[in-house]
Design a protein around this ligand. Structure first.
Ligand code: MTE
Ligand code: MO
Length: 510
């Protein structure tokens, strides 16, 4: 049962004025130790089970008290309340997959609206609460293996005479996108902070304005020292793992940062200030990498010799082979997922839909590849992966180095009944997607890159018998759906039945 944590033993206060919801764990090891001591005293509610049972049909879909309890135990429950207020204000109309830490998924009709996803509908993946940072109080600290450690205000960063600004159109995709398909195949790691059961909507595209990190390191911090190989980013939110607290920390190789506009410090999203939930006032945008590296509420950058020791970098976002599971997984034997593989999804029609058509079925969806590879070709198969039709080039949104292409295709369909469609994408390096989920299944359930599949029920009106039955239904005001509802009328008059079965006898003559 949930522990009742009231009152808390100690209340951890925010140290910096104007930075609500930011506890400086990384700066004060003694605070971290005290938090650990407090958290160790409690037995918290178990993470919810949803892999071995169907997802609830509610919104929020999953409500788990565990993270609320962590915050309450440290006397910082106000962060949880504030985060939900921000969700209701900034994201009132998306699928609230997990209430706290907030995970929100974009509905398909919003994904299909256009090349850029409206900020109001862009998906959200949080590991903790939403900090509330005053932009005038904001400063970004740059340290570690740089020539001149510095602190920069937002105004300085945004001063075009100091740093040239860039706008880059970027698709951010959570490495958990389409995880439900892996879960359906086999249950996998049940993470402490749940491996959210995302569908096809943990992806979105925006044009971000900011400055290339490469330039900031060069002009503000005098460049990095030769031994610098990785750049670490710290976010102001509180991150919990196995009864320890941290600030959110990950890293990317310096090699990536050197490629000019591939790592951006951004303050604008689609021409508007970053929403609070997307990292206001400043976030990192790492192009072509899993969403997890694009740190929100960025407050510190460190130049390092090795990847970040933060648990998000070191202990999570690891790709284990199908055979490495609960019995063998270690942090060192999974590889670190950085670049996103090529993947795609069918958003329309949705799975198990009945489609009454004139000999062709229209499908729509997204296609994306990471690592600077762009989408070259999207192919759809109406028979589970034998025959493939390519999307016409005019039926895809424009090419970008770092963003998806939305696509549409009319697939000729003569057959009726249940059909299995799937989609696969080819990127500019000629990578494509494995045909089956099992081929790329992994214990931590990341990067579902296999061909996305849907089943639809085809009713082809160009076939005379089908047209006749549909006409009869229409004339008599009988709906075709639900598919499972039996007709009350006889399927055939007795005379017709007898005429047929006397010519085409049911039993052989001899
Ligand atoms: N500070 C911080 N940054 C973060 C996260 C987080 O929990 N805290 N989540 C990461 C993950 S896993 C993803 S997928 C992206 C999602 O970005 P979005 O919420 O703006 O869509 O943010 C990343 N940056
Ligand atoms: Mo993510």
């Amino acid at each position: 049962m949930a522990p009742v944590i009231s009152p808390p033993d100690t209340t951890f206060e925010e140290e910096k004025p104007g930075w609500k919801g930011y506890i400086e764990w990384e700066k004060y090891p003694e605070k971290k130790a005290l938090a650990h001591e407090i958290l160790s005293k409690y037995k918290f509610s178990d993470p919810p089970e949803f892999q071995n049972r169907p997802l609830p049909d509610t919104n929020p879909v999953i409500i788990s008290p565990r993270w609320r309890e962590y915050h309450d135990a440290l006397g910082i429950g106000h962060i949880v309340d504030y985060s939900w207020e921000v969700v209701q204000k900034e994201k009132p109309d998306i699928i609230h997959l997990l209430q706290f830490p907030y995970n929100g998924e974009t509905r398909f009709e919003q994904l299909l609206k256009g090349r850029l996803t409206d900020n109001k509908y862009h998906f959200i993946r949080n590991h903790g609460g939403v900090p509330d940072i005053n932009e005038d109080a904001f400063e970004l600290e740059i340290g570690g293996l740089v020539n001149t450690p510095v602190k920069l205000s937002l105004k300085e960063l945004q001063d075009p005479s100091k740093f040239t600004q860039s706008e880059v159109t970027v698709t951010l995709q959570c490495s958990g996108t389409r995880r439900v398909e892996q879960i359906k195949e086999y249950p996998g790691e049940g993470d402490e902070l749940i491996n959210a059961p995302w569908g096809e909507g943990a992806i979105g595209t925006a044009t971000y304005r900011g400055v290339a990190l490469k330039k900031v390191l060069k002009y503000a911090a005098g460049g990095v020292l030769p031994e610098c190989k990785h750049i670490e980013f710290l976010g102001a939110d509180t991150y919990f793992k196995k009864k320890n607290v941290y600030n959110y920390a990950v890293s990317v190789p310096y090699r990536k940062v050197k490629a000019n506009e591939e790592v951006l410090l951004a303050w604008e999203m689609n021409g508007k200030p970053l929403p609070k939930i997307h990292g206001f006032p400043l976030r990192v945008v790492v192009t072509g990498y899993i969403g997890a590296r694009s740190v929100k509420w960025l407050y510190k950058i460190n130049a390092l010799t090795e990847p970040s020791m933060g648990p998000v970098q070191r202990q999570e976002y690891l790709y284990y082979t199908t055979q490495i599971g609960k019995q063998n997984a270690k942090y060192s034997n999974g590889f670190s997922i950085q670049q996103m593989p090529v993947s795609s999804a069918i958003l329309e029609p949705t799975d198990k839909k009945v489609i009454i058509h004139d000999g062709k079925i229209t499908l729509r969806g997204w296609a994306y590849s990471g690592g600077g590879n762009w989408v070259e070709r999207v192919e759809v198969s109406p028979d589970g992966g034998s025959v493939w039709y390519a999307v016409e080039v005019d039926d895809m949104t424009e090419k970008h180095y770092h963003a998806w292409r939305l696509w549409k295709i009319d697939v000729p369909i003569h057959a009726e009944g249940w059909l299995e469609f799937c989609v696969r994408t080819w990127d500019s390096s000629n990578n494509t997607e494995p045909t089956y989920v099992r081929s790329a299944w992994n214990w931590d359930l990341h990067v579902t890159s296999s061909a996305h599949r849907i089943k639809v029920y085809s009713v082809n009106k160009t076939r005379p018998a089908t047209a006749a039955r549909l006409k009869y239904l229409e004339e008599n005001g009988i709906p075709f759906e639900p598919l499972t509802k039996p007709f009350e009328f006889q399927l055939e008059p007795t005379e017709e039945y007898l005429a047929k079965t006397r010519v085409y006898k049911r039993e052989p003559e001899s």
